[in-house]
Design a protein around this ligand. Sequence first.
Ligand code: UDX
Length: 434
Amino acid sequence: MDISIIGAGHVGLVTGACFADLGNRVVMVDHDTKRITALKAGTMPFYEPGLEELVHRGVADKRLRFTSSMKEAVDQGLIIFICVGTPSRPNGEADLSAVEHVCRQIASALRSYRLIVEKSTVPVETGEWIKRTMQLAVRKGVPYDVASNPEFLREGQAVQDFMNPDRIVLGVESKRAKALLLELYQPLKAPVVVTDVKSAELIKHASNSFLAVKISFINAIAQLCDWVGADVVKVAEGMGLDKRIGRAFLDAGVGYGGFCLPKDTAAFIRIAEKHGFDFQLLKAAASLNTEQRQRFVKRIAQTLWNLNTKTVGVLGLAFKPNTDDLRYAPSIEIIQMLQDEGAAIRAFDPKAMAQANGLFTGVTFCRDVYETARGADCLVVITEWNEFKELDFARIKKLMRQPVIVDGRNIYDPDSLRRLGFRYVGIGRGQGSG
Ligand code: UDX
């Protein structure tokens, strides 16, 4: 099929590269001409496992190409996916100005039937606004449909998630739109939920908000575990075996970050408010999430006493492993709070150092874990990269000023570290958190 993708961000680039890999002809447009030039030269705008190979293959096989011309994209693609950014406005609402802008551009370039699909994460009723905007700008008599097809891919495993989705959600208003999207997704052989546009839009915000609530729930349990001396890892295991609950997203830690969960919960709270509903459950999840970072810094202070004379080694800056994304990363707030207390920071991240360089001030960036440990009074784990899980702790102990580990992702076994002579502090690890 002929597909156009508008917006070469995480959702757009992964979607386009995967559709090309499934045999479709894909043209991708972005208003950032530098990004398009770099992509044409084979350079990726961000790190995502497996994506670079996929893009190179698509371009080499002439199934994927990049352009800065919206007209070219509208002319080529029978199905046009809107994948532009919908960042947060200061009041938490989603900023939809980019969506509106591309709708006007599509409308003015439209000459024959096109299916316009919103794939960016958007609040409910955005489809209505897209239709209204199109109606005002499109040439008389030119047919089109508007549909919703939210994306559920996770950063760090986006290609795998796209190619093996738990479900595909289609919000459609015509038989033609339904048939086109079912045909396009047929090769993925995944369960398909076909519904109306508003329900499809809500599925996305509701899903992300539910994940945020689940994470904040286990973080609340972790607080309780710290108070009563229980082990949240065991509690999560016991809860997660209940099929109605599921073990996924029950990893207690420093709280959720990234460009999606914080922004989508904030936007969902605002939408609910607009419709007269005070979404207290989500507000609680969001404030618990903020609290979790503050509690983490307090634990470090309780462990080290005067932070203003201490050096803290930070392991992990990205908001999660397998990505170089620092947007709404917990490390940003945690390092800021530690610096506010006067601590000196040494830090390492396997992929996000280039991005971190422009974001953090007064931080000593190190080339690996061992250099980060050199002269540190404690090592704190903020991102659970695999390469942090098996370390030469005897060597680390020699390098550190005092053998203290504050594990913000519960990646270590408290007893083994204690046997090696470390003081270990986890998140809700009960006896192991002393
Ligand atoms: C999320 C949704 O998972 C995905 O479906 C949607 O399309 C986009 O938003 P992403 O932001 O890439 O994906 O990250 P995710 O894997 O959901 O993690 C979000 C945050 O929650 C990360 O900071 C992660 O560290 C944290 N997290 C996740 C926990 O603290 N505990 C968990 O058990 C799981």
